[in-house]
Design a protein around this ligand. Structure first.
Ligand code: SAH
Ligand code: SF4
Length: 384
């Protein structure tokens, strides 16, 4: 069997790993043992898995592989955040970000190289789509973060306590692989993360949200960014296909399926002069009456291919107050890691440029440079 066709043990959920052992005439509990070695102890060498018989180890070595993506670069921000560039099999690279905070550490994971959805405010969207990450490439980001932080050798107190699927790509357009990766994150014999601390962020792929309940009970964040269809469609093309009313219906269905009381987070990226007016806040407050939720305001993070600007602190604070007075719990996301291009929406990786759109954006950016309109170029920390 060539290496490429061998099943990759690092990317198999518990049930798939159990099936692999059963099909090989072995006991299913071996799956839990292998998962502990890989995901809890960071061991990738089958020879070191000493609670497995030598014969079985030889069999595993000849019929399976353990393969994770490579880390190409490691950046540390002055605020303690980390950004790692991860190489994936398609030849592209993606980015993941670790944000340490008092009492917790959040890892922001990518699900795709690039993204097809082309939201006007997002650096990843500007690249177009390149590839879906495999399960091993998604869970490999968590493995690497634990490894780099020193969790496997017990040299650190820092660890990943929360995962947000808010890196590059639309997680629900890589549904099967993301679902398997989430199950490994939450599996007791792997990372054992609580369902409350694993969050899928989506731009609103309604049919996928509709079937989510059959696969996971992770928490949900919805990228709304506008209080009405006209504005939302102008900044998020996916809204033309799945408008706000359908999205809200679908999110309510998922939340109702969860056995515990949890509410979705509504993400609202605030862009100066686009969606940050007081009236937008009032309309948002009215719209969301029908959906119990928390609201997270994300001040727009600039990047080189966008002329959008971040609103002033007073606009953000006014917007927040209107929502709070209407009874909502509102947080404003503090920008972390912007000196290393790790803030929300600044992730770009290095996608094989396969779309005309990307080259058009690049050409536009080049023209702007030539003609001197460099508003956002000066503050950009990305690497396009
Ligand atoms: N595709 C998914 C997850 C990745 S984007 C989604 O859209 O939800 C993660 C979050 O970053 C989303 O809420 C997205 O709207 C936000 N975002 C994208 N570009 C941004 C930017 N330039 N500034 C601030 N937030 C941004
Ligand atoms: Fe894709 Fe999310 Fe960026 Fe929109 S915001 S382009 S859905 S990654």
């Amino acid at each position: 069997m060539t290496e490429t066709c061998k099943p990759n043990l690092a990317g198999l959920s518990l049930s798939k790993l159990q099936s692999l052992f059963v099909e090989a005439g072995e006991k299913p509990f071996r799956a839990g043992q292998v998962m502990k070695w890989i995901h809890q102890r960071g061991v990738l060498d089958i020879d070191l898995m000493t609670d497995i018989s030598k014969d079985l180890r030889e069999k595993l070595k000849s019929t399976t592989q353990i393969s994770l993506p490579k880390i190409l670069q490691d950046f540390e921000s002055h605020d303690g955040s980390h950004k790692w560039i991860v190489q994936v099999a398609s030849g592209s690279s993606v980015e993941m970000v670790f944000i340490p905070e008092a009492g917790r550490g959040t890892l922001c994971i990518s699900s795709q190289a690039g993204c097809s959805l082309d939201c006007t405010f997002c650096a990843t969207g500007k690249q177009g789509f390149n590839s879906n990450l495999t399960v091993a490439e998604i869970i490999g980001q968590l493995w690497w973060a634990n490894s780099k932080l020193g969790c496997f050798d017990g040299t650190t107190e820092r660890r990943v306590s929360n995962v947000v699927m808010m890196g590059m790509g639309e997680p629900l357009l890589n549904f099967d692989n993301v679902m398997d990766a989430l199950s490994i994150m939450m599996e007791d014999c792997a990372y054992g993360l609580s369902k409350r601390k694993v969050t899928i962020s989506t731009s609103g792929v309604v049919p996928a949200i509709d079937r989510l309940k059959d696969y996971t009970d992770a928490s949900l964040a919805i990228s709304l960014h506008a209080p009405n269809d006209e504005l939302r469609s102008s900044i998020m093309p996916i809204n033309k296909k799945y408008p706000i009313a359908e999205l809200i219906r679908s999110v309510k269905g998922y939340m109702a399926s969860l056995p515990d009381k949890r509410v979705p987070v509504i993400e609202y990226t605030m862009i100066a002069g686009v969606n940050d007016h007081r009236q937008h806040a009032r309309d948002l407050a009215e719209l969301l009456v029908q959906l119990p939720c928390k609201i997270n305001l994300i001040p727009f993070n600039p990047f080189s291919l966008s002329d959008y600007k971040r609103p002033s602190d007073s606009s953000i604070s006014n917007f927040r107050q209107i929502l709070q007075k209407a009874g909502y719990i509102v947080t404003v996301r503090t920008t972390r890691g912007d000196d290393i291009g790790a803030a929300c929406g600044q992730l770009v990786g290095d996608v094989n440029d396969q779309t005309r759109r990307s080259s058009r954006h690049r050409q536009n950016a080049a023209n702007r440079k030539v003609f001197g309109s460099t508003d956002n170029l000066a503050v950009s920390a990305d690497r396009v």
